[in-house]
Design a protein around this ligand. Structure first.
Ligand code: PGA
Length: 251
């Protein structure tokens, strides 16, 4: 059966010391607790190795927020999937709307990143989601469908089975405006159906589909109670243990 996952996305926040401190606090908070979901934190690249060595990675998974679309070589400033894996991180967030919008990551580029992540045994948390105008024009279904098709549907069944999806309506990210539980369920069910048509019911049933976009302690329970919402990708509310723990405990 698919996993429930609550993943934090720290984005470009926290210096190294602050990041390690936050990871340790979370580790402490989870120490003697059994929770009903996998917990992941997505840190900046430079934090990865230190965070991995500061926590119990059996309890908290660690994610990079990006990786290069090339394996290695003369790509100044880039960080490869192999480098991410060498830190002990097990996940990589790919296709976040901020990367698509500000750094012009195309479906083709993302396809390469996904392949490299999988080749290095990282679990991609692959983000999809529509902008406000697309939602208002009722195009959100076709937008997420093509985002999935263009970057993921060349994968073998075996590889697709390793992907975690995160539906993040761009209009809900960092805005305080959350999709309603019904809106989330409607599109998550559609995403699962899209996966089922390509890879079959079993794979679709086993794919974790997270919701992201202003998810917080106040709305997590309602969002996660939907049958097709298998957790959250959490930005702002992952930056403090006091805000993040209640989301983890919403399961
Ligand atoms: P938010 O960000 O929770 O701050 O809206 C979510 C995300 O971008 O992953």
């Amino acid at each position: 059966m698919r996993k429930n996952i609550v993943a934090g996305n720290w984005k470009m926040n926290k210096n190294l010391q602050e990041g390690v401190e936050l990871a340790k606090e979370l580790n402490e908070a989870l120490k003697n607790k059994s929770v009903n979901c996998d917990v992941v934190i997505g840190t900046p690249f430079i934090h990865l190795a230190s965070v991995v060595s500061s926590i119990d990675t059996n309890k908290i998974g660690v994610a990079a927020q990006n990786c290069a679309d090339k394996g290695s070589g003369a790509y100044t400033g880039e960080v490869s999937a192999a480098m991410v894996a060498s830190t002990g991180a097990g996940y990589v967030i790919l296709g976040h709307s901020e990367r698509r919008a500000y750094y012009h990551e195309t479906p083709e580029i993302l396809k390469e990143k996904v392949k490299l992540a999988l080749a290095n045994e990282l679990t991609p948390i692959f983000c999809i989601g529509e902008v406000l105008e697309e939602r208002e024009a009722n195009k959100h279904f076709e937008v997420v469908k093509s985002q999935i098709e263009e970057s993921l549907f060349e994968l073998s069944t075996e590889d697709f089975a390793k992907i975690v999806l995160a539906y993040e309506p761009v209009w809900a990210i960092g805005t305080g405006k959350t999709a309603t539980a019904d809106q989330a369920q409607e599109i998550h069910a559609f995403i699962r159906k899209t996966v089922a048509k390509k890879y079959g019911e079993d794979i679709a049933d086993n794919t974790s589909i997270l919701y992201g976009g202003s998810c917080n302690a106040g709305n997590a329970k309602e969002l996660f109670s939907n049958p097709d919402v298998d957790g959250g990708l959490i930005g702002g509310a992952s930056l403090g243990v006091d805000k993040f723990m209640p989301i983890i405990e919403a399961f």
